[in-house]
Design a protein around this ligand. Structure first.
Ligand SMILES: Nc1ncnc2c1ncn2[C@@H]1O[C@H](COP(=O)(O)OP(=O)(O)OP(=O)(O)O)[C@@H](O)[C@H]1O
Ligand SMILES: [Mg+2]
Length: 397
């Protein structure tokens, strides 16, 4: 069918044509916004899930919701080895703008001091950084150099402004598992402190399934600060809607058999729903799209996923790490895709300790995570199936 009118949107953070199956989370968030703006206590929210399940797009949808409610919002994406001051400063600067012009000079000064502290006074001259925030430099707030103290002061000032306006402030942090340990700890402490002061500030984080473990390792009270929401693959009904609604907007349909086949292939994982949807649309000669069209399109969609979604990740692994991944795939993962590390060592006929470097590097690269009790799992859905498929091709060649 006409590729120009193809509605599907595979891609990291790409807004889907229909955000299916997330009404529960969006409704719960509406509730949180209303309560917090009224000065009621609420926990911050953390979305956790595998790669490609739709954490980023849900985070963005929640941010739009907060903006519509008149809140000040800002977003950052955590990166390993990057300190939080600059990206958080930029996010809060945005939140201040959204709360309305002009932000009081006092708050701006604290913000400026907070971000510029990143490069001074220990930094070399060429490393100094100008935040571009025009406010008089006042020392003594947000610039002690102790991230925890500085965050409490800055977030307190920003949230105080939100409170004055009868609104709140929401900070959205994507890939939250990549925050440095000191920054996580300081964020938790600041959230805790502001909550006690009844200030309207919440954090909405998103990250891989081990994020709750990262947070509770940092502060024992993190379970009371955050409410965790598991973002998972779509159920059958939602996956059907994700495909059928955008098609209907273009006056096209799927046959019931085609929808069943799509669910069988994609398992309802949002990224796969979009990727297969896109290819099937292009391949199908006319509406309605049939199960046969799906069968014809599948190899092409699979190839694109092998290169883009899976391949781009596999490329980040060294050959020793790939061997480890391959052994995980062969080690009979349970339903949640988890295997015992010890079992992986068995498959490779190696001592578990000798495999720790590969395992740790893969965790740091975000390809696997420690799930529970000595188990590890892929962060990428259906990665095991992909790796076994590759091996078969190699074997038959
Ligand atoms: N609820 C949904 N309904 C339909 N499609 C969705 C839904 N959520 C996400 N998608 C699609 O799935 C793909 C992946 O979404 P997104 O990038 O938000 O995932 P993610 O969980 O942030 O992945 P990663 O961990 O790699 O960052 C996108 O193409 C998006 O359009
Ligand atoms: Mg994402």
């Amino acid at each position: 069918m006409d590729p120009i009118r193809n509605p599907y949107a595979p891609g990291a953070g790409q807004r889907p044509p229909e955000l299916a199956g997330r009404d529960v989370q969006l409704e719960a968030f509406r509730f949180v916004l209303e309560r917090v703006a009224k000065g009621r206590p609420e926990r911050s929210i953390v979305l956790v899930g595998l790669r490609g399940v739709g954490k980023t797009v849900l985070l963005n949808a929640m941010r739009s919701q907060a903006v519509r409610a008149g809140w000040g919002t800002g977003k950052l994406e955590a990166r390993p080895d990057q300190a939080i001051r600059r990206p958080l400063g930029a996010a809060l600067h945005m939140a201040l703008r959204e709360l309305g012009h002009p932000a009081p000079t006092g708050v701006l000064s604290t913000l400026k001091a907070f971000v510029e502290r990143a490069a001074s006074p220990t930094a070399k001259a060429y490393d100094r950084w100008n935040s571009g925030i025009s406010a008089p430099t006042v020392t003594g707030r947000g610039d002690s150099g102790d991230i925890e103290i500085d965050l409490v002061e800055l977030l307190g000032d920003v949230a105080g402004l939100g409170a004055d306006k009868g609104k709140g402030v929401a900070i959205f942090i994507d890939e939250m598992q990549d925050l440095g340990a000191d920054d996580v700890s300081a964020l938790c402490a600041a959230c805790h402190e502001l909550g006690q002061q009844g200030l309207p500030l919440i954090i909405v984080g998103a990250g891989l399934p081990h994020l709750p473990a990262v947070l509770s390792a940092s502060k024992s009270y993190s379970e009371r600060l955050f409410s965790y929401s598991r973002i998972d693959r779509l159920d059958r009904e939602s996956a059907d809607l994700a495909l059928a609604v955008p098609a209907a907007d273009e006056a096209a349909q799927f046959t019931p058999d085609a929808l069943a086949e799509m669910y069988r292939i994609t398992s309802g994982y949002p990224y796969f729903v979009q990727a297969y949807g896109k290819t099937v649309w292009d391949v199908a000669p006319r509406s309605p799209i049939t199960a046969e069209d799906v069968a014809v399109a599948a190899p092409q969609a699979e190839h694109e996923l092998a290169v883009g979604f899976f391949g781009s990740r596999l490329e980040r692994a060294t050959s020793a790490e790939r061997e480890y991944l391959r052994a995980m795939a062969d080690a009979d993962p349970d339903d949640a895709g988890a295997v015992l590390s010890a079992r992986v060592a068995e498959v490779l006929a190696r001592k578990p300790q000798s495999l720790s470097p590969a395992r740790d590097a893969l965790i740091k690269k975000g390809l696997i995570y420690a799930s529970e009790r000595g188990r590890i799992a892929f962060t990428v859905p259906l990665f095991g199936r992909f790796l076994r498929g590759r091996a078969e091709i190699a074997d038959s060649a």
